[in-house]
Design a protein around this ligand. Structure first.
Ligand SMILES: NC(=O)c1ccc[n+]([C@@H]2O[C@H](COP(=O)([O-])OP(=O)(O)OC[C@H]3O[C@@H](n4cnc5c(N)ncnc54)[C@H](OP(=O)(O)O)[C@@H]3O)[C@@H](O)[C@H]2O)c1
Length: 305
């Protein structure tokens, strides 16, 4: 019998509920987990994006970054997404994980963003130097750059145990056709793409493909880089937010992404401890069903103009 992604997710949520009962750390409901189809591994349903972790290691931002990471980890967060393409984000994340002693607790994803084989290898070796550890959970081809060549190296390194999973990313629908092509010709564990309540194009083809092929999904730009917050302004939450246990707009936006049948895992970018806590709270409680998802879309569309 083939187990559907939805069944896997529900099984994960059920297991998480059981585990949460005996976790004294959590006075609040347990984190809902998502099951990665290619392995059966479970991870909490909300990650953290590190695009804005940049600057001097001595800057006044560092203690705030550290506090954000410590908060995310303390509350049970695992999935961390960075890239050599985000300034010195890998250096900062490596430093924070080292100082906090949490490298082994986290589920680390980074990327390679080079065209040719040798440059890709050099880039990935440097990621190991900066992020530490003997392996990464996920290595992704950033924006499909040099995708055919990089996937060859990545598949070989996965065989050697350097990566648990491999995947590709985009954040633009101009690359959706190319991404679909890669999904049809390669065995991927993950794709990463842009999808949100205000940007639903990935649902036309790529998310159904991922569901069908058993490919896990990380979702970048779950807030449209803040566009969704601007759209709702200072409006109060609608009554239906209580039906999905959402107490902030961020949780509403993240729960929309998480309720996609593909079991998508949003990786909201934040450098603020209270936002990390807010975002991770979206992984607790109920998610919208298909009817409420439509209501959410009808609510946001006029506000986005
Ligand atoms: N092609 C690719 O591979 C690609 C492209 C883009 C992004 N990404 C990945 O996806 C991640 C997310 O994308 P993004 O950071 O560009 O966009 P995003 O997650 O849609 O939005 C981030 C913005 O939302 C704000 N924010 C976060 N949590 C909030 C909350 N609870 N309440 C209010 N505001 C909140 C952040 O500000 P604060 O910092 O003040 O919280 C930041 O301004 C990136 O960090 C990166 O890891 C990958």
């Amino acid at each position: 019998m083939k187990i559907t992604r939805r069944q896997l997710i529900q099984a994960g949520a059920g297991l998480a509920t059981g585990a949460g009962l005996c976790n004294p750390l959590l006075a609040q409901p347990p984190l809902n987990m998502v099951t990665i189809p290619s392995s059966g591994q479970q991870v909490p349903g909300v990650g953290i994006g590190c695009r804005n972790y940049r600057g001097s290691l001595n800057s006044a931002d560092m203690p705030v970054f550290r506090d954000t990471f410590a908060t995310y980890h303390r509350l049970g967060g695992k999935v961390v997404d960075t890239s050599p393409n985000y300034g010195n984000s890998e250096e900062i994340i490596g430093r924070l994980m080292d100082e906090l002693g949490i490298r082994e607790d986290l589920w680390v994803a980074t990327k390679v963003d080079r065209e040719d084989r040798a440059s890709g290898i050099a880039r990935m070796e440097r990621s190991f130097e900066l992020l530490g550890g003997d392996s990464f959970e996920l290595m992704q081809v950033h924006n499909l750059r040099g995708v055919e060549i990089q996937l060859e190296t990545m598949a070989a390194w996965k065989e050697q145990g350097l990566f648990r999973y491999i995947g590709v990313t985009t954040s633009s629908d101009r690359q959706y056709e190319a991404l679909a092509d890669v999904m049809n010709h390669h065995t991927l564990d993950f794709i990463q793409l842009d999808y949100s309540l205000g940007n639903r194009n990935a649902n036309d083809r790529l998310l159904p493909m991922a569901l069908d092929k058993g490919v896990a999904v990380l979702v970048n730009l779950p807030f449209g880089r803040g566009r969704l917050f601007n759209a709702v302004g200072d409006r109060s939450l609608p009554d239906w937010a209580a039906d999905i246990d959402a107490t902030s707009w961020a949780q509403v936006f993240l729960k929309y992404v998480m309720s996609h049948p593909s079991g998508a895992i949003p990786i909201p970018g934040t450098t603020k401890p209270h936002h990390a806590e807010d975002n991770l709270s979206a992984a607790r409680g109920r998610l919208p069903d298909a009817n409420l998802r439509r209501e959410m879309e009808n609510f946001i569309d006029p506000l986005l103009g």
